[in-house]
Design a protein around this ligand. Structure first.
Ligand SMILES: C[S@@+](CC[C@H](N)C(=O)[O-])C[C@H]1O[C@@H](n2cnc3c(N)ncnc32)[C@H](O)[C@@H]1O
Length: 296
């Protein structure tokens, strides 16, 4: 198995599972996710209820947490496009397929940034016709050792265009200095126009006070906190950077971004899952990762 994409596959797997739900019950749909997931055929045979149940045995709320993150960003992308952004930079894109599944208008230029090996595998899986492929430019960057600025400009990034940046499920894998530099460069690249920066981050409480990262009554919260960290480390992608809300707000404001929203599954449960009759009980809420929107 290809080693460097363990976590990217993990997220794509949850998107595949959600896509198997009936259309009036699911909160996102990703028809391309199955191309990236090892064992996709078996998951499809299991179907949505059983696959979600299985995930729940491992960690209640894990599926819903990742899917609410996906939906939250899908909504942000659609809103940003409606408000006139013309460039979308997907930082640490992995097997994100928003470029192909959201019906984005052709005037929106998309840059996908990730490690070269992951991008190469992604491209081999997208050889069958996918919509909007002509508007996507792949830009390989290692956030820990390279800056996004030079690479994006070389790839055709236009500094005069309003831009959305999203960094989904990535900040925990890179150094704090690398995150700071990435935000600084996003700001520098868009000094002449409006930009929005989305990022998700893992709550520092996961180390300091794990019970704060789970709903009341969540079974074996401390043990689950250790388990999730050790699983990521085992697939070769350890969580090295955890943050407090204050740290994130300061980091963003240092670079001219003002925080608009900081949310978790605890808030999104009633927004996304209640309308489709899938409200999670409090003791299944996973709120270890925050979803943040900031504007410049
Ligand atoms: C958990 S995956 C998330 C992928 C995608 N954003 C999603 O939510 O489906 C983390 C992604 O970050 C990328 N990544 C991790 N460290 C990186 C680094 N130092 N430079 C560039 N990309 C990195 C990985 O290759 C992977 O695609």
């Amino acid at each position: 198995m290809f080693k460097k994409d363990g976590t990217a596959q993990g997220v794509a797997k949850q998107r595949l599972i959600e896509t198997l739900a009936p259309s009036n019950k699911r909160i996102i749909s990703d028809p391309y996710a199955e191309r990236f997931v090892f064992g996709a055929g078996l998951i499809k045979l299991m179907g949505h209820p059983f696959a979600v149940w299985l995930t729940e045995q491992f960690m209640p709320g894990f599926h819903e947490h990742l899917i609410s993150r996906t939906r939250f960003i899908d909504d942000l992308v659609k809103k940003s496009v409606a408000n006139g952004i013309e460039q979308y930079v997907i930082l640490g894109a992995g097997y994100d397929t928003r470029a192909h599944r959201l019906g984005l208008p052709s005037q929106v230029k998309i840059f996908e940034v990730d490690q070269p090996d992951v991008q190469e595998r992604k491209r081999t899986k997208l050889t069958k016709v996918v919509p909007n492929i002509e508007n996507v430019t792949y830009v390989s960057v290692d956030f820990n050792h390279q800056s996004i600025s030079e690479r994006l400009l070389l790839a055709g990034f236009d500094q005069t265009k309003a831009t959305l940046f999203t960094l989904e499920g990535v900040s925990q894998y890179i150094s704090k200095a690398a995150l700071s530099l990435t935000i600084a460069q996003a700001a520098a690249l868009t000094t002449n126009n409006h930009s929005t920066f989305f990022l998700s981050y893992v709550d520092k409480n996961l180390d300091d006070d794990p019970s704060a990262c789970f709903g009341k009554g969540y079974p074996k919260a401390s043990k689950k906190a250790e388990m999730i960290k050790s699983l990521s480390a085992k697939v070769g992608e350890p969580w090295v950077s955890l943050f407090t809300a204050q740290e994130i707000e300061k980091l963003l404001s240092q670079h001219g971004f003002s925080l608009q929203e900081n949310t978790t599954l605890a808030d999104l449960n009633t927004v996304y899952f209640t309308p489709v009759g899938r409200t999670l009980p409090e003791h299944h809420i996973l709120k270890l990762e925050h979803f943040v929107i900031a504007n410049r």
